[in-house]
Design a binder for this molecule. Structure first.
Ligand code: CO8
Length: 258
């Protein structure tokens, strides 16, 4: 499908979704959110796809929700349409691994979008922030909940209440991102990481995603039980037999479960 606000490329088993509204620093408007949802739905249905990378430009991953589009909306508009809820659901129901590759600004909805991915690789120029307070509003796509879980209450309050930005080094130190790479290498590093994930058993990577995400939603005991049952269930797969046989036979595994 042809998109207007994103560029979608396929490299072997990895789909690259690049946000592409350079004139607005990739501000997330309704059209872009719809197109990301469509691209994810296509990636979900395409058996060849095993991992997705979501990225922006060198200057901006995304500078937030599109303020010009939001400015004229009333409470009735945003409440009755349940603004951003459908997009949030679409992101959450995506079951394959998705990496955010963030360079430049990831602000407001942009920071929230990155946090909805499974992990974040940041370039050394990345700047994260929840500056909605400067617009007389607050985070609306999970920022106050997810950022707090990533970096703790004190830093999250600081970011949300002052609207200040966090650079890549602070984001790494605080656990918001998994690693920092030079800006010029961001895309290639994220794609190589995704390709490495794509080599693994697809069913095992999906199980990992479900299990790690469950840790946010449940008690430790319930989470441990959930993990154990998923672990047990993987013994019903071809890939478990293949993975362990390959190790013993000192060869590369040929995973094939979808
Ligand atoms: N919305 C619309 N346009 C934007 C946005 C945005 N969020 N951010 C930047 N732009 C536009 C600018 O208006 C400008 O357009 P033009 O050239 O036509 O004047 C162009 O992008 C370039 O921006 P700047 O000239 O401002 O570039 P600078 O390098 O001087 O500054 C900044 C970069 C610091 C990123 C600055 O643009 C800025 O502060 N942007 C707004 C950041 C912000 O407040 N983000 C939060 C938005 S609210 C939000 O995200 C609510 C989340 C709720 C859920 C979201 C679900 C998707």
């Amino acid at each position: 499908m042809a998109f207007k606000t994103i560029i979608v490329e396929q490299e072997e088993h990895v789909t690259l979704i690049q946000l592409n509204r350079p004139d607005a620093l990739n501000a997330l408007n309704a059209e872009m959110l719809e197109e990301i949802s469509t691209a994810l739905s296509e990636a979900e249905q395409n058996e060849k796809v095993r991992c997705v990378v979501l990225t922006g430009s060198e200057k901006a991953f995304a500078a937030g929700a599109d303020i010009t589009e939001m400015a004229k909306k009333s409470f009735v508009d945003v409440f009755s349409t349940n603004l951003f809820a459908e997009f949030s659901d679409n992101m959450l129901k995506f079951r394959k691994p998705i990496i955010a590759a963030v360079s430049g600004y990831a602000l407001g909805g942009g920071c929230e979008l990155a946090m909805m991915c499974d992990f974040i690789i940041a370039s050394d120029t990345a700047k994260f922030g929840q500056p909605e307070i400067n617009l007389g509003v607050m985070a609306g796509l999970g920022g106050s909940q997810r950022l707090t879980r990533f970096v703790g209450k004190s830093k999250s309050m600081d970011m949300h209440l002052t609207g200040r930005f966090m650079n890549a080094e602070e984001a790494d130190r605080s656990g918001l991102v998994s690693r920092i790479v030079p800006a010029k290498k961001l895309k290639s590093d994220a794609m190589a990481t995704a390709a490495k994930i794509a080599e693994k058993s697809a069913i095992a990577t999906m199980a990992v995603k479900e299990s790690v995400n469950r840790s946010y939603e449940t008690t430790l005991n319930e989470g441990l039980l959930f993990e154990r049952r998923l672990f047990h269930s993987l013994f019903a797969t071809h890939d478990q037999t293949e993975g362990m046989d390959a190790f013993i036979e000192k060869r590369e595994p040929q995973f094939r479960d979808k």
